[in-house]
Every structure is written in structure tokens, then in C-alpha cells.
Design a binder for this molecule. Structure first.
Ligand code: ATP
Ligand code: MG
Length: 253
């Protein structure tokens, strides 16, 4: 497998205050790589850095073998990095179809038609609602639209920030199933930020755990379900392993 993304000792933050520190990770091409961790761990900050929306204080980001640490978000989108922010940033006043077309703005027409068709095959629910204003969609449909829009630019690397946020368990399952499907169909590499670790571990080939802005553990698919991985999950979410008893109860549903 070749490497799609390499992050080395990356630090960044807000107004000079660090939110992520010395983060290093490696994402193989064609894989789903999960970033897990509690609220405020720095997951979204890391995704925003990869998407070029936040500057690095230090460290570097290498995408497809090229140092892109200082590239703009616009350039990164053109080079195949697509970012779906937390909270489904779709334009609610526009129609579903207009949202999709917005995602393919700088793409040639024939490709736009082709990708739009692929997206609609993947998410048949939104095909039925193409002319509706996006605000009329349910939460799950809005999430599908947000992902669909990101796919319109023909990404090679998709950055997904908490696609399960606010969705019912049934819809979360569907979105994750579709994620699996689109990984196959689009040969995508995905960096997936999630709180829903159970579902995440089903689709991810590797996972890193973040706590207080740092990576505190990493596991590949083969050992994601081992006791050690489980301890990492607990410590990433809840602190020391001694808090595990409560943590186990908290994560078991
Ligand atoms: N716009 C901002 N301005 C200042 N500080 C911020 C901003 N956004 C996030 N932070 C801080 O940076 C740290 C990391 O936040 P981040 O949003 O990356 O966490 P997260 O892991 O995505 O959390 P969540 O699971 O709640 O989305 C937190 O301490 C947070 O308070
Ligand atoms: Mg976040």
C-alpha cells in the first residue's frame, strides 16, 4: 500500500494557544483512517489543518508525497482533498441539486454529470428531493447531501468530521454502510473523525486516539479489537485506565 497522507510533529491552535501538539500519523491510500477522542481532544482542529483551513505552528503535512503544509484550502481541494465539516455545512437556502453542483464548481461539465449520477446512486434518498430546498431534508439526508457535495469535486482524500452527529442510530448505520460503499466505488482514502467508536471500528482499517491535543495511541485493523486497543479507547475518552469501570459502562451501549 502506498501512503496518501503523512503528518509529522504537527502543532496548531487558536490565537497562539495550542490545540494540537506534535501530532504524527500515516494514512495508507485507499484506507479508512479513524481519529477517535473525547470532546475538545483536537480532532476537528487536525482535520482543519489537513484541509488547509488552519495554519501549522510547526511540523509538516505531506499529501501524495508532496509537502502541502502551507498550501491554501482552495489549492488542496483542486488537488483532491475534500472536507466535510462538523454540522453538515450545506447551503440550506439552495436546492439539493444546487448544493451538489456547488461541490463540482471547478469540475468540467461532463465529469459533473457523471459524478452527480454516482452520488445519486449512492444516496437515492436525495435523488427524490433534488428540487427541494436543502433545509427541508431530514438530518440524515442533509448529511448524505454534505458527503455527496464533497464527492462532487472528485476527491482522493475525504475528511469527514463526525458524520454521525445528531443522527438516529439507524441513520448512522446507513451513513456508515454508504461510507463503506463509496470507499469501494470511488477508491477513496478517508480520514474519519468520530465519537461513535463502535461503528467506526467496523469500517476503519486503522485508528489513532487523541487526548488533549496529542495522539495517545494507534492501532491497525488487526489489533483494533484487542484489550490494549480497548484501554486506549478508554484512556482517550476518559483519562486513566483506573476509570475504566465507569468508562466500560458508558461506552457499552
Ligand atoms: N474557534 C476556536 N477558537 C478557540 N479555541 C478553539 C476553537 N475551536 C476549538 N478550540 C479549542 O481547541 C481545542 C480542540 O478543539 P477541537 O474542536 O479540535 O476538538 P474536537 O476533538 O473536534 O472536539 P469535539 O469532539 O467536541 O468536536 C479545544 O480546547 C477547543 O476549546
Ligand atoms: Mg470536533
Amino acid at each position: 500500500m502506498t501512503e496518501m497522507l503523512l503528518i509529522e510533529n504537527l502543532s496548531s491552535g487558536y490565537h497562539g494557544t495550542p490545540a494540537i501538539e506534535q501530532v504524527s500519523l500515516r494514512v495508507e491510500a485507499g484506507s479508512v483512517f479513524a481519529l477517535l477522542g473525547a470532546n475538545g481532544a483536537g480532532k476537528s482542529t487536525l482535520l482543519k489543518c489537513i484541509a488547509g483551513l488552519m495554519p501549522a505552528y510547526s511540523g509538516r503535512i505531506v499529501y501524495k508525497g508532496k509537502d502541502v503544509t502551507s498550501e491554501t484550502a482552495r489549492t488542496l481541494v483542486r488537488n483532491g482533498i475534500s472536507y466535510v465539516p462538523e454540522g453538515r455545512a450545506i447551503v440550506t437556502s439552495l436546492s439539493v441539486d444546487e448544493n451538489l453542483l456547488l461541490g463540482g464548481l471547478h469540475v468540467e461539465r461532463a465529469k459533473v454529470r457523471e459524478r452527480r449520477e454516482l452520488v445519486l446512486e449512492l444516496f437515492p434518498e436525495i435523488r427524490e428531493r433534488l428540487t427541494s430546498p436543502a433545509w427541508q431534508l431530514s438530518g440524515g439526508q442533509q448529511q448524505m447531501l454534505a458527503i455527496g457535495r464533497a464527492l462532487m469535486s472528485g476527491p482522493e482524500l475525504l475528511l469527514l468530521d463526525e458524520p454521525s452527529l445528531g443522527l438516529s442510530p439507524l441513520l448512522v448505520k446507513r451513513v456508515f454502510n454508504q461510507l463503506h460503499e463509496l470507499q469501494k466505488q470511488f477508491a477513496l482514502t478517508v480520514v474519519l473523525v468520530e465519537q461513535n467508536y463502535r461503528l467506526t471500528l467496523k469500517v476503519a482499517q486503522a485508528a489513532s486516539f487523541m487526548r488533549n491535543g496529542r495522539i495517545v495511541g494507534h492501532h491497525n485493523a488487526a489489533d483494533l479489537r484487542t484489550p490494549e486497543a480497548y484501554q486506549n479507547i478508554i484512556s482517550a475518552y476518559f483519562g486513566s485506565p483506573s476509570e475504566g469501570a465507569t468508562a466500560e459502562a458508558a461506552v457499552s451501549h
